[in-house]
Design a protein around this ligand. Sequence first.
Ligand SMILES: CC(C)(COP(=O)(O)OP(=O)(O)OC[C@H]1O[C@@H](n2cnc3c(N)ncnc32)[C@H](O)[C@@H]1OP(=O)(O)O)[C@@H](O)C(=O)NCCC(=O)NCCS
Length: 153
Amino acid sequence: MPSTLNLKIRGFKRGDLSELSSIEKASFKDPYPSALILTLSRMNPEHFLVAEASGRPVGYVSALVEPGGVVHLFSLAVHPEYRKLGVARSLLKALIGKLKAGGFSRLILEVRVSNRPAITLYRSLGFKSAGRIPSYYEDGEAAEVMVLTLSSH
Ligand SMILES: CC(C)(COP(=O)(O)OP(=O)(O)OC[C@H]1O[C@@H](n2cnc3c(N)ncnc32)[C@H](O)[C@@H]1OP(=O)(O)O)[C@@H](O)C(=O)NCCC(=O)NCCS
């Protein structure tokens, strides 16, 4: 990662919303509306992390705790101009650190089976494939379910 990136991982601020909404639109076929991004940030602020580079939000990750202590990764997106610089890896490592410190057992996610960049990233962090859900997305694509074990019990 270039040292000029000056990356900081921090919590959500209300002023991030329009930038995060643009990143979301640039990243997904079916982006979350900004109202949902705001709701996610309020539902579980501790697990909503923003990557800031030179004072600007360039990516975010959001996860929600489900009954039973399983944590679901809801969204991960990086501004197209800031990809392949380690931003998503930094966001996920920070999230995983918080989840481990909080004693959570598993982090689970669904990803489009065609999304090689994301699947490669998740595997490199220790996620394992746990099956497929056919026609999970609105356009009919299947989801790969991936799970990261956070604790040994
Ligand atoms: C997937 C995404 C979040 C990755 O963000 P990023 O900041 O570019 O990822 P990083 O730079 O931290 O990459 C970490 C690792 O991911 C993998 N990776 C990232 N982009 C990749 C690509 N285009 N092709 C193959 N592997 C890739 C590599 O293993 C990389 O490690 P390396 O740099 O040591 O090779 C980003 O491409 C994105 O926002 N995509 C659109 C939204 C999306 O698909 N989100 C995930 C939904 S489940």
